[in-house]
Design a protein around this ligand. Sequence first.
Ligand SMILES: *Cc1c(COP(=O)(O)O)cnc(C)c1O
Length: 395
Amino acid sequence: MVETSKFGKRTKLVHGGTRRSQYNEVSEAIFLTQGFVYDTAAQAEKRFQDLGEDEFIYARYGNPTVAMFEERMALLEGAEDGFACASGMAAVNGAVMSFLKSGDHVVSARALFGSCLYILEDILSRFGVDVTFVDGDDLDQWRAAIRPDTKMCFFESMSNPTLELVDIAGVAEIAHSVGAVVVVDNVFSTPVYSKAIEQGADLVVYSTTKHVDGGGRCLGGIILGTKDLIRGTVEPYLKHTGGAMSPFNAWVQLKGLESLDLRVRAQTESAGVIAEALEGHDKLEKLIYPGAKSHPQYELTQRQIGAGGTMVSFVLKGGKEAAFRFMDALEIAIISNNLGDAKSIVTHPATTTHSRLSDEQRASLGISDGLIRFSVGLEDAQDLVADLLNGLAQA
Ligand SMILES: *Cc1c(COP(=O)(O)O)cnc(C)c1O
């Protein structure tokens, strides 16, 4: 195994966590196996009693390819450990459900990805967990909602699709004053820019389906944190409830990690160029890019992640009709709902990802009919700008 903890991020992303088989292969092996053979009955007995480093029993508990992926992600995040999951939602569910029991109280930001909202709003209430929703960007609301029996604070550090930031350090200070754990869904901030753990997050969750895969191939997710929390609380829940990541998906995303830093930085640079080109455009009611000085949380963005990220949102004048004309006119960007992909992706949240919400909920989250979410890909920035300007001209 290569010891990479002393090296920089890109070196960790290429070499971190590598485990070579007896063949000394260059490309990481896919251990497409559900189980492992014991030399003797006594060895099987011992492994079930006391699982050593790099020993495996069953792929629902752990697998060498998945372990490589977990270790590489943990190195990137600066976390002690990680548990990889079948999808981002398996990771969110695992992080939330492994900690909570009936009677607990949770404070959550209101602006959440639809499936996250379903877990926090619909599922938790069925099990007697009381959840208070707040405007994530308002620390006073977090302070007012917190109670002595609050067990968890949950939020997306940069919200989907309106790109509002939640101050991780600010919420962590409030949460930790009553001993609550801070769970951060950090997808939009990306693991490249994240400093969530030093800022106070106890568990950092990613859908690795997004930037980590980067090519729209596989679902994946991961929960990162201290060895204590991951092995003591998260793993027992996940290994018995079956949220494990497939070794094949782990392999695809392990290879995705090799180029993650380069890709995300290139996408962020293009996002900045696009935001600048669209700022003040007369077909737009509003442009939202956390890396733009016009963003109300520009200072917090710089302090928290030091970059604007790979997503640009904007509101067209003329509502849904204008938004649809704009999307249909685009030549390069595809209409879909993934993000962090090599291909630029345009999404109309009000009629797709957030169509389940009521009109009132959408209004309170700023998801108007003219809102577009744009995931910046790896194409030439100038081609994307031209495509977007042409789309706006036809909107
Ligand atoms: C996509 C996404 C998820 C869910 O991830 P899946 O891999 O699709 O299950 C959770 N949170 C955020 C912020 C996301 O963007």
